[in-house]
Ligand binder design. Structure first.
Ligand SMILES: Cc1ncc(COP(=O)(O)O)c(C=O)c1O
Length: 395
């Protein structure tokens, strides 16, 4: 029997306008090009080059044999929530109740989705200081909210100023999303600035959602945990995770902490979408909190050495580089070369096989900059710097 001719399907018809309005991530496109080129030194990717510390990984493997690997409670293993509560109390003297103020998520990524889905009604505004990690703005849009960008400037150490934020506050402002230590700039918030932003949140009655995934990676300064500021625990949603500080990105574990009234709503999104974070990974995360400290310190020292090498190397070759005090990124301006960030990254890749990411992919304030991740060995960074010298000398 002859088959009927298959009717062409117009797939676009099925897609939501919300998803359609988000462009493809500029940085992913770049990773793709770099990944296909052999011999590239890739300083593109924002993930630790260290393996998960073996005793932490072993705790995950052991759990497979020793524990029932079913779903955990929706909020995560109680032992892990208890340990997280203790950990936050020790580091920042804030007290989160493991019963109803902490939920273990599939990385900070999932926590961002839960929070925006739970708080945004159509048209609600979320203030987002940029440059910033690429997922915040799309997640606001997916949830029906409206991202309101604030461009951070190098001359202000890439911090958002309270005066800039004040200008953007309207009666639709629901929250500000802070991501410090910052990806891509490496900026941290000074205590004065954090307090000024906290005061605005109180005065104008909005939430602070604070992605503190790089909290342990600060150099020569103290990390300011927003919820530990006076009166801030009640209006802060604290997001944290294991991907960066503990070199566990593929284990996919993070957490969100908030007041029980908010958490009840976040948990609804989490429980229907995810059920519970991966059980094996939760056991590994528990071990990270129990025995991970020496590894965190060791990796921190190595990052700091690389940071100093990279930043001084960039400044010596005439690329104005603000001193990053957190995370594992440098964010130099390439304006002195006469090239845009996009042109610089593309030509450097083709001519010297060094991959960096154009800053424009991270939002307002990123133009004419590139992000360089120092998640490569000291020796590889030395080679990359030599190749960059060569490239710049020939422009
Ligand atoms: C600032 C920031 N937040 C969140 C994430 C995602 O983290 P996770 O692996 O916990 O989902 C990243 C990853 O690069 C990041 O840089």
């Amino acid at each position: 029997m002859p088959l009927d001719k298959v009717k062409a399907v117009n797939y676009k018809r099925f897609l939501s306008k919300r998803v359609g309005q988000i462009p493809e991530s500029g940085i992913r496109k770049f990773f793709g090009i770099a990944a296909k080129m052999p011999e590239v030194i890739s300083l593109c990717i924002g993930e630790p080059d260290f393996s998960t510390p073996p005793p932490i990984a072993k705790a995950g493997f052991d759990a497979v044999y020793d524990k029932p690997i079913g779903y955990t409670a929706n909020s995560g293993l109680m032992e892990l929530r208890e340990k997280l509560s203790e950990h936050l109390e020790n580091l920042y003297q804030i007290s989160y109740n493991p019963e109803d103020e902490i939920v273990v998520t599939v990385g900070v990524s999932e926590a961002v989705k839960c929070v925006f889905t739970a708080i945004c009604n159509d048209g609600d505004e979320i203030i987002i200081p940029e440059p910033c990690f690429v997922s915040y703005e799309p997640e606001v849009v997916f949830a029906g909210g409206v991202p309101v960008q604030v461009g951070c400037k190098a001359e202000n150490n890439f911090e958002p100023l309270a005066s800039q934020i004040r200008e953007k506050i309207t009666d639709k402002t629901k929250a500000i999303f802070l991501g410090f230590p910052n990806n891509p700039t490496g900026a941290v918030l000074t205590p004065e600035n954090a307090l000024a932003i906290a005061k605005l949140a109180e005065e104008h009655d909005f939430l602070i959602i604070s992605d503190e995934i790089y909290d342990r990676l600060v150099y020569g300064v103290e990390h300011i945990c927003i919820s530990s500021l006076p009166n801030m625990k009640e209006r802060t949603v604290l997001l944290g995770g294991f991907s960066k500080d503990y070199a566990m990105p593929g284990w996919r574990v993070g957490y969100m902490c908030a007041n029980p009234d908010l958490m009840e709503a976040f948990s609804k999104v989490h429980q229907y979408a995810i059920m519970s974070a991966p059980t094996i990974s939760q056991y590994a995360a528990l071990a990270a909190l129990e025995i991970g400290e020496p590894f965190v310190k060791e990796m921190h020292e190595k990052y700091n050495r690389r940071r100093k090498l990279l930043v001084s190397g960039l400044n010596e070759m005439g690329l104005d580089c603000f001193e990053p005090r957190g995370a594992f990124y440098a964010f130099p301006s390439v304006a002195s070369t006469g090239l845009s960030g996009d042109e610089f990254a593309e030509k450097l890749l083709i001519e010297q096989q060094v991959a960096v990411v154009p800053g424009s992919g991270f939002g307002i304030g990123g133009e004419n900059h590139v992000r360089i991740a120092y998640c490569k060995s000291y020796e590889e960074i030395e080679i990359a710097l030599k190749q960059m010298w060569e490239f710049i000398s020939n422009i």
